[in-house]
Design a protein around this ligand. Sequence first.
Ligand code: CP
Ligand code: NVA
Length: 300
Amino acid sequence: MKSLLSITDIKDEIFEILDLAKSFKDGKIEGKPLKDKSLAMIFQKSSTRTRVSFEVGIHELGGYPLFLSSDEIQMGRGEPISDTAKVLSRYVDGIMIRAIEHSDVVELEKEADVPIINGLTNLEHPCQALADMLTVKEHLGNFDGKFAYLGDGNNVCNSLILICACLGMNITVACPVNYQPDEKIVHIARKIAEENDSYIIITDEVELAVKHATTVYTDVWISMGDEKESKKRRQDLKKYQVNEELMKLANPDAIFMHCLPAIRGEEVTSEVIDGKQSVVIDQAENRLHAQKAIMYHLLK
Ligand code: CP
Ligand code: NVA
C-alpha cells in the first residue's frame, strides 16, 4: 500500500504519473479501471477544485466518492484519528483528506490500511503540484526553463520546490524573510536537485526570481487559517505582487500560474491573471487529469 502525503512519496514515479495524466486527458485509457472502488474525502477546510475534481475523477474511473465534511463526522467532535483511520479502512478503498495539520495526515496514514491522498495541509499540496507540472509540460514542452515563485512560501510553494527538484527544473523563490518556505523541505529538495543537476534559489529579491523566468507563479497571501494576520500579511507581501511591470522582466513568452482561488489586486493584478500569458484555468482543469492518474496509481 502506498500513499501520497508529500511529493517525496512519489519522487521516482513523477514522470510516470504525469504521462498517465496526459493519457487520461487525451482519452487514451479506456474502460473503468477503478470500477466499484470507493474514495472517502475528508474536508476540514473549504474547497472548490479539489472536491469537484476528485468527485468527478473517481466517478469517471468507475468508482464513487463519499464527501465527508469534518463538521459532519465524529472526527470533528474529537473522535481519535486512529479510530477514524481504522474504521474507514474497513469500508473504503482510499481516503483523500484536506487537513489543517499535516501531522494529522501522517497519523491517519500510519493507522489506516488503505492509501491516503493529501488534498492540502499546512505543509504541502502535492496534487496541485502534479497538475501544475502537467500544465508546464503542455505549455512549454519540457522542464528546461526557470520556474519563479513569488510571495508567501506556503504549502503550495513547498510542493512546487520539491516537484521542481524531482523533475530537474530550476526554481527561484522570492519571499520576504519571514515568509520563506519550510526549511526541512528545502533541505530535502536541495539534495534531490543536486542529483538532478538543477538549482533551488531562495531569496527575498523579486527581480532575481523573475528575470528570464519561463513560468511565474504566485498564490494567495492569506491562506486558509491565516486570516488573523491579514493586515500584516498584505503589508509585508506588497512588493511581491505579480503585475504587468513585473511580468516584463520574465521571458516574453513566459506563462503565469496560480493554483486558485486568487485575490485580484493582492498577489496578482487582473491584467496578469486575466491576460494572455495566464494559464490558470488549464491548471484547474489539469487537477482532474492529474488526480485520475494519482488514484489509478494508488488504488488500482
Ligand atoms: N487549488 C485548490 O486546491 O483549490 P480549492 O481550494 O478550490 O480546492
Ligand atoms: N495556500 C492556499 C492554497 C489554497 C488552494 C491555502 O492553503 O489556503
